[in-house]
Every structure is written in C-alpha cells, then in structure tokens.
Ligand binder design. Structure first.
Ligand code: ADP
Ligand code: MG
Ligand code: ZN
Length: 483
C-alpha cells in the first residue's frame, strides 16, 4: 500500500457587484422575470460593440489588491470560442494571456497552522446565460434559455494546486468569501450562483515529483458540496491507484443527491477554444494613480479587524474570530457598541450575547444577521438593562426570547410583564421570611454550620420573586435573619 498526497486547485467564479452588466447597460438584478434584463449586446446580436464597464474593472483590481496580487498595467481581452446556446454569439469575452491580476496569495489557518496559498491569476470575463432543462423537478423535452445572467461581469480566480485536503479547500473558500464580502466587490451568494467553483483534484505517491492525473469537478455551488466532492474523489483515486489501474484525466460533476461524482467528458474531448485577442476591445492601460486610488478605498480587512477587536475591545481570540467571520456580524457588533454609554465595560458581555444567544437563534432559523429580528439597537438596550442591574441575566434571557419572537424593544417587554428588579427592602424581607418558614431543613443545616445550605433558601426567594429580587439584597437579608 502506498502513501498518497492530495493536490487541489480551485477555479472560483464570482459575479462582480455592479449595477449594470459588463458590456451593456442592462441590470444585473437577480430573480427578475426571465429575459427581462436583456438588450442587443448581451443577446449577441450581430454588429454590436461591447463597451467596458469601469466599475467591473475596479472590482477586480480591488479584489486583487486585497489578495496581494500584481496588477498588470496593460491587459487585453480575448475570445474563447465554443458552441453552446447559453452564449449565443458562440464565444465568451474573457482574458487569456494578460489578465488584470497575477500572482496573489491568501493565508488560511487549518488546525491552528497558517498556510499561504498562491493564486495564479484573476481575470475578468462575462457570465453566460442559463439553460433550464426541467421545471419543478419535471424534465422537459426541450430547453428554455434565460439570458438575464448573460453579460454580468465575472471575476475568475485560479489557484495553484497547493491545497492538500478538503479542509484546506473549505478554509480557502471561506476566507476568500469573507474578504470579498468585506470588499463588497461580489455578493458571493452561492445560493444565487454569484460564487461558484470548479475543483481540480489529483493524488500522487508521496515523494513523486510529477503531478498526479487531474480530474476537474465543474460548477460547485456550495462549500459543503466542495468538501464532500473532494473527499469522494480522493477515495476514488486511491482505490483506482491501489488496484494498479490508471486514472484518466476528465471532467466530472458532483451529483449532490447520490453523493458521487460522475463523468462528463474525457480529456480527448476537451475543447480547443482557439483563443485570440478580442478585436472589439482595445487593450486596457492602467495608470499608477488609478490603482493607488483604488488601494486607498480598501476597507479594513478581516484579519486586521480581528486584531483590532482583540486589542481595543479586550476580546478573546474566539469572540474576535466569530465577530469578524463576516462583515455583517462585525458591523452589527460595532453598531450595538456605539449605542452603549459605558462601552469599555460591556465589550465582552455584548460579544458574548452575539456569539452565543443571538448566533444560536439565527442559525436555528437560518436568518442572516442583517435580517435579525433583534436590531443592534435593541440588543444594546438589553445589554444596558443588564449592565445597570435593572434586570438579572436570567430575566434577560426570557426578555431576549420575546424580543426575537416579536422584534420589539426590551423596555416595552419589561414594562408590560413587570420584569423590573425588586430592590425594595421591605418587599424582599417579606419574601425571605416566607422562604425561611418553608425551608426548615435548610435552616437547620445552616445553624449547624453548613453555610452552603443558604443557597437553597436564596433559590426559593428568587423563585417566589420570579427572578426579580435583587440577589445581593436577598443574601444580606437572609444572613441577618438566620443569624
Ligand atoms: P484548465 O484551464 O484546463 O482548467 P489550468 O492548468 O489552468 O487548466 O488549471 C486549472 C486549475 O487546475 C488550477 O487551479 C490548477 O491549480 C489546477 N491543477 C492543475 N493541475 C493540477 C493537478 N495535477 N492536480 C490538481 N490541480 C491541478
Ligand atoms: Mg478549468
Ligand atoms: Zn444588455
């Protein structure tokens, strides 16, 4: 039996976040009625001329700058020829020899170890239309074509084959998605097909120099799918190699229902795209000033933000990681914090409520934090009620549930349900007296020196007061009475 090494390279497509398409003025809006966002250019009518969208170029460059790429000062566009109805003009405009960005890198952390993944290039191209072969699970005996997506600006990022496990591929995609969401250069919404990827996998015997035979799995649209597909493919390769058979280079796809990869086409059938320079678009010359300007527009990126959260807000590594794991969560946290008076003393408490209570609720109901029923403003009100000891932590959890359900201000809930803390001594004394009468055993134990027995009586007082009695006062009054 041999020991094998896995090599994975990813080709990631991300739709660039622009209002209009890359070569025409049609809207990029997702979910519009089929073929409502189209014109003569994106439907490939003969004789039309593409006009490059500057914002799309800017989006690619910003992404490149954030990932340590070299931005090429002169780049060209190319025609990639192939016949398929989703690109009616029979070629796709893309970049071939001189992409916008070359030689970038992304750092990932797997099993607490950092690894730098080199990225070959990011190039700009146009997205294709969408073919529909079935409706609601029912297979059609014809195909429908929707060209709304055709001509939306796409950036394609191609890594070196340096990822060596499904976990590393997952981490790479997560980190990339997070950075690009911070940059806002793509929405990266995988459900809407705004981020998709092709996965190249090969396996070789440890020590062997030559790369193993590669299989490409096309069009993955979820990170968990990528993980499953790689895991499956690596097992398949090892089995074939162990049996002494040979692997063939081919393109496969992931069948998410059967959880297997299936062959699409073999290497012999790989298309010759006959790339040549796009005659309708002049080469692009980028000035230093243009690039420097975009560099200045880069926002604070996740790793830097995380370090700042740890330093400025005194947060743990765990909390800071969670809060910066998406731009939206980080914004929610800082919004909530900005509403609070005594910021320094509540940074951890607030982080905690977000990373535990709120995240559990949002996960369970599959809601993004931007759509949280509890606004950052209302959560900061809840935190300030706890901080000012107006309600106990226990009551706060009950209030939180109701806030989540009804999306309302915690102060309204507290007023309506009479949840404010009882700190009137005479009221508490009365409850303590009742509790003492009802707990003869605990009282007896306390008197023979078992001081912990008082906890049972405190518990009873809290229960009787529905958690509203001020615990410090209860403790003080009980000790006085028992002694
Ligand atoms: P193509 O354009 O045919 O898809 P490329 O050479 O541009 O081929 O490679 C595409 C992707 O495949 C890159 O991400 C690259 O890292 C990856 N790749 C190339 N060879 C291998 C290999 N032997 N094993 C795993 N990945 C590979
Ligand atoms: Mg490829
Ligand atoms: Zn158009």
């Amino acid at each position: 039996m041999f020991r094998y090494e896995v090599l994975i390279g990813l080709e990631v497509h991300m739709q660039i976040n622009t209002k209009s398409k890359i070569f025409c003025e049609c809207s990029t809006q997702f979910g519009a009625e089929a073929n409502s966002n189209i014109c003569v250019i994106c439907t490939s009518q003969p004789g039309v001329i593409p006009i490059l969208n500057k914002k799309a170029v800017e989006g690619v460059i910003k992404t490149g700058l954030a990932l340590n790429f070299t931005i090429n000062r002169r780049c060209t566009f190319a025609r990639k020829q192939y016949f398929y109805p989703d690109v009616p003009k029979n070629y796709q405009i893309t970049q071939f020899e001189s992409p916008l960005c070359s030689n970038g890198k992304l750092s990932i952390i797997v099993n607490e170890r950092e690894k730098i993944i080199n990225i070959e290039r990011i190039h700009l191209e146009e997205d294709t239309g969408k073919l529909l072969h079935k409706i609601g699970g029912k297979k059609l005996n014809y195909s429908l074509l929707d060209l709304n997506r055709a001509g939306i600006g796409l950036m394609e990022l191609v890594t070196k084959p340096e990822l060596s496990s499904p976990q590393e591929a997952v981490e790479f995609l997560r980190e990339l998605k997070n950075i690009v969401e911070y940059l806002d250069t793509s929405e990266c919404n995988m459900e809407e097909g705004k981020m998709r990827c092709d996965v190249n996998v090969s396996v070789r015997i440890v020590g062997q120099k030559k790369l193993g035979v590669r299989v490409e799995i096309k069009n993955m649209n979820s990170i968990s799918g990528v993980k499953d597909a790689i895991t499956y493919e690596v097992q398949r390769h090892k089995k074939i190699l162990n049996s002494g058979a040979r692997l063939v280079q081919e393109t496969r796809f992931w069948d998410a229902e059967e959880k297997v990869t299936k062959s699409m086409r073999l290497k012999e059938n790989i298309l010759d795209y006959r790339y040549f320079t796009e005659p309708d678009l002049v080469p692009l010359y980028l000035s230093n000033c243009f690039i420097e300007n975009l560099y200045k527009q880069l926002p604070e990126l996740p790793r830097i933000k995380k370090a700042r959260f740890i330093k400025n807000y005194n947060l743990s590594e765990y909390d800071a990681s969670y809060l910066t794991s998406s731009k939206m969560i980080a914004e929610y946290y800082e919004d909530a914090l900005s509403n609070l008076d005594n910021k320094n003393s509540v940074t951890k408490l607030l982080a905690n409520w977000i990373s535990t209570e709120l995240s559990a609720k949002l996960n369970a109901s599959k809601i993004c934090i931007t759509k949280s029923p509890i606004s950052s403003k209302n959560l900061s009100k809840l935190i300030s009620l706890i901080q000012n000891e107006i309600i106990s932590g226990k009551i706060a959890k009950i209030v939180f549930e109701e806030m989540y359900e009804k999306s309302i201000d915690p102060e309204i809930i507290i007023k309506k349900r009479g949840f404010t803390r009882i700190s009137d001594e005479s009221v508490i004394t009365e409850i303590c007296e009742k509790a003492i009468i009802e707990s003869p055993n605990a009282v007896a134990e306390f008197k023979i020196g078992k001081k912990r027995a008082i906890d049972a009586i405190i518990g009873l007082v809290m229960k009787k007061s529905k958690g509203q009695a001020d615990p410090k006062l209860v403790n003080k009054i009980l000790i006085k009475k028992l002694n």
